[in-house]
Design a protein around this ligand. Structure first.
Ligand SMILES: [Zn+2]
Length: 130
């Protein structure tokens, strides 16, 4: 089914825990449309409540994948961010001091000395140590 005309009926699919030194500091909730199988994700920082509703599901293009970018320089909640990656190109990544970096993307992965990334689809129901 064409995802662009699907009205989407997302159901809860799983979670990825984001750990630092084996302690969970946040998570990404993953929802999946039961009709077209498209995935929707929501970033959750520990201690900050958020309410997911289907109407508010973030949009993702057909040529993008959900991923988490991890900064080797930052700490705590500023260390990671849920993003949408295209297969190749660059992504604008805003840092704590409001500097906007342009990170290189190769095969749905960040290639950078100070950042790395992982895909949501490969890690559902796992804990990722950042
Ligand atoms: Zn759908």
């Amino acid at each position: 089914m064409n995802t662009e005309i699907c009205k989407h009926q997302p159901v809860y699919f799983g979670v990825i825990n984001i750990n630092v030194s084996e302690r969970t500091i946040g998570s990404v909730d993953v929802w999946r449309c039961g009709v077209c199988k498209k995935k929707f994700c929501e970033e959750k920082q520990l201690g900050i409540e958020s309410i997911t509703d289907i109407v508010g599901m973030p949009k993702i293009e057909v040529d993008e994948k959900w991923a988490v970018i991890v900064s080797k320089l930052q700490k705590g909640k500023d260390k990671w961010k849920l993003v949408k990656l295209k297969e190749n190109g660059t992504i604008k990544h805003e840092t704590l001091n409001e500097k906007v970096l342009s990170l290189k993307i190769v095969n749905f992965k960040v290639e950078d000395d100070q950042h790395w990334s992982f895909l949501i689809e490969d890690n559902v129901n796992k804990a990722i140590e950042i």
